[in-house]
Ligand binder design. Structure first.
Ligand code: CTP
Ligand code: CA
Length: 225
């Protein structure tokens, strides 16, 4: 196998990748979600695998085929994603590409909420989900050597992302512009800047698979230094 593909610089390294949205239930038929396709996270998982890493992909609900030679664990909610990630660490590399729902319904109705003619429009009380990236980054006993977060921003991209990186204590943050006109969230292309404590690097708009390969190259460099 190694003879067919001798360039496997991440051989012996383990990686955790999160991808896709989370779905937060409201009642048996309804949920809070977002437009994430999972494409960027799946592409990163695949390029890390191709570089030789042993990859576990924790995926929210997406329409993508499970990639070969990657351990895929499907979850629905942010809490399930966190519980799963905590079981997977320790790993060498964590890339948190999932679009985790920030909030969930405080109470989930076990019966379908009915739109009866005399009923008033329901309102929902929300509660905040745990932050998976921050939890993993702040693990002091088994923090991954490299923790990469994403920042989905619509404005003040670099400032917001840099504040996010510091707040969550991750090593790198990959910023992308999720304004609908960019067609990035849910789309096939991405344009990102990677921010770290030592500077920033821009990657021009390209297919998400190409962005995944470029990020993997940076990860390889990190482990070679
Ligand atoms: N993230 C996470 N758990 C959450 C929310 C976000 O692990 N409950 C992770 C995402 O996977 C991503 C990073 O945190 O790697 C940033 O997500 P983003 O939504 O851009 O940032 P938030 O901190 O949630 O801030 P906001 O949505 O207000 O911009
Ligand atoms: Ca968020």
């Amino acid at each position: 196998e190694d003879q067919l593909n001798p360039y496997r610089p991440l051989l012996g390294k383990t990686a955790l990748v999160t991808a896709g949205p989370t779905y937060e239930p409201i009642d048996p038929v309804r949920f809070l979600g977002n437009y994430s396709s999972g494409r960027q996270g799946y592409a990163i998982a695949e390029s890390l695998r191709d570089a030789g890493a042993d990859v576990t992909l924790v995926s929210g609900p997406v329409s993508m085929m499970p990639p070969e030679n990657i351990r895929v664990i499907h979850i629905q909610t942010a809490q399930e994603m966190l519980d799963t990630c905590l079981k997977i660490i320790p790993v060498d590399i964590a890339v948190m590409a999932a679009a985790v729902a920030d909030w969930r319904a405080k109470e989930v109705s076990d019966k379908k909420i009915k739109k009866t003619s005399d009923a008033k429009t329901p309102s929902f009380e929300l509660t905040t989900n745990p932050d998976i990236l921050a939890t993993i980054s702040q693990e002091n006993s088994c923090r991954p050597r490299l923790v990469v977060g994403f920042a989905a921003e619509t404005n003040d991209l670099l400032d917001n992302a840099d504040a996010k990186r510091k707040r969550k204590n991750c090593d790198w943050i990959v910023v992308n512009d999720v304004n609908p006109d960019t067609k990035i969230m849910g789309g096939v292309e991405n344009e990102v800047t990677i921010l770290s404590s030592s500077g920033k690097q821009h990657f021009k708009r390209a297919d998400k698979r190409e962005i995944g390969r470029l990020l993997t190259k940076e990860i390889i460099k990190f482990f070679n230094h």
